[in-house]
Design a protein around this ligand. Sequence first.
Ligand code: ZN
Length: 74
Amino acid sequence: MQRFESGSTIVRVREYIPVTCPYCGEEGDLDVDETGASRQSYVQDCPVCCQPWQVELTRDRDGEWNATLRTGDE
Ligand SMILES: [Zn+2]
């Protein structure tokens, strides 16, 4: 349930996106900085197998984040 009060804006700064590791298949969460650009790409190590994820994040018009994980071997 959300409540909006006049004069204030509720901003979620952090959002977590469920992802599956392309290397080991473990599920995890991606930590998204919502104050960043609507399109971001970076490398983040899998917390389980420590392999580098090639992360691509895009935010659509509704503010929904989509994450794509790739291995570095492509
Ligand atoms: Zn992994």
